[in-house]
Design a protein around this ligand. Structure first.
Ligand code: SAM
Ligand code: SF4
Ligand code: SF4
Length: 350
């Protein structure tokens, strides 16, 4: 599927996809150790995260975001690692929210620190949050977050975000077979009628560290059937082109859920997202092996025009469609025959 490029955008990739969204990873650190993203055995006390000089400053990030906005980006999403562990994050939000062409600034977080920060984030100009919550059940939560506490603080974070007006709050639940797939109805029950939008995400083969296998993926169809059997749902229209979640509304009018079928029904044809890593690399796909270093030229005195040309050069050559290729390269045993050298999820922010 190709996407109409509006007169405002100035760059489209080889498959005709404009550059519309930018995900900015503001830190490679995290206060959780989800085994599918930053397993504790690998990211222990001695793990060396990026040293401070390698990390883009707020001013550098804002400058790049402004240049991206000049090329058609309208939505920014702040992510990580865990973005709320980045010191003084509201100051960055304030800088980004002031960029005239930017229509929406959102943030993805595990919610642990959100309770204490929701008001200052909203005050700085943040529009919305997506909160990662894989289970309400204490033991499953501990396994999936790699931490010795339950979901309470994340649930408090969700409520604080809603009170602050960071709405609608989206709640992302990554579904992993054998881990939390028996708890999907409980999750739906918890958020039904609250105004928060629960979204189930198929477990993906991002990065190289989570020993992913197709057998751990619970396909969207099965997720739909589980929820529908308990709480009847029906498809709702997508809100905008390029929206990744398939939307369903409860037939009793008590809200909606989303299912992100990145594995069983890939949406590369509508993918208008670029990613900026914490150390200033431009990455054009969640499954890319690397990215274009923008920090070095930026620090060496490149002008806005030079940087804009570099980004245009990368985007106009883009032909990424990994998830579609994965679908075509999966064997009967669930193994995938595609290159394994990939960046990690905590570097790209989802
Ligand atoms: N720390 C924040 C958080 O957890 O929301 C932001 C970064 S995290 C990498 C972004 C999202 O990616 C989270 O919702 C997380 O559950 C999701 N994620 C990480 N690894 C994943 C995988 N293998 N498959 C699907 N989603 C994944
Ligand atoms: Fe941290 Fe988010 Fe990765 Fe979990 S998914 S380890 S919370 S960055
Ligand atoms: Fe976009 Fe790459 Fe995901 Fe396809 S696989 S939707 S191109 S990020």
């Amino acid at each position: 599927m190709t996407i109409a490029v509006s007169s405002q955008s100035t760059v489209a990739d080889r498959l005709g996809r404009p550059l519309r969204d930018l995900r900015i990873s503001v830190t490679d650190r995290c206060n959780w150790r989800c085994p599918y993203c930053m397993p504790a055995e690998v990211f222990g006390e001695r793990y060396e995260f990026l040293p401070r000089p390698e990390i883009l400053t707020f001013e550098e990030t804002e400058r790049l975001a402004r240049i991206f906005a000049g090329l058609g980006v309208r939505k920014l999403r702040i992510t990580g690692g865990e973005p709320l562990v980045r010191t003084q994050l509201p100051r960055l939000i304030e800088l980004l929210a002031r960029i005239p062409a930017i229509e929406d600034v959102a943030l993805t977080t595990n919610g642990y620190l959100l309770g204490g920060m929701a008001n200052s984030l909203k005050g700085a100009g943040l529009n919305r949050v997506t909160v990662h919550l894989d289970s309400l059940e204490e033991e499953t939560f501990k396994k999936m977050s790699g931490r010795p506490y339950g979901p309470q603080k994340t649930l408090e974070g969700i409520e604080a975000a809603a009170r602050a007006g960071l709405t609608p709050v989206k709640v992302n639940c990554v579904v992993q077979r054998g881990m939390n797939d028996g708890q999907l109805v409980d999750m739906a029950r918890r958020f039904k009628g609250t105004g928060h939008v629960l979204r189930f995400i198929e477990f993906m083969d991002v990065g190289t560290r989570n020993a992913w296998n197709m057998k751990q993926v619970v396909p969207a169809k099965e997720i739909f059937e589980k929820i529908n059997a308990e709480f009847p749902i029906e498809p709702a229209d997508r809100e905008y082109r390029g929206e990744v979640a398939e939307r369903y509304r409860y037939k009793d009018g008590s809200g909606e859920i989303g299912i992100i079928a990145s594995v069983s029904n890939p949406f590369c044809g509508d993918c208008t997202r670029a990613r900026l890593t914490t150390d200033g690399r431009l990455v054009t796909c969640l499954f890319a092996a690397g990215g274009k270093d923008l920090k070095t030229p930026l620090r060496a005195g490149a002008t806005d025009g030079d940087l804009s040309d570099m980004i245009t050069g990368v985007w106009s050559k883009r032909s990424d469609r990994y998830s579609e290729q994965r679908a075509a390269n999966t064997g009967a045993d669930g193994s995938v025959k595609l290159p394994r050298r990939k960046l990690e999820m905590y570097q790209l922010g989802g």
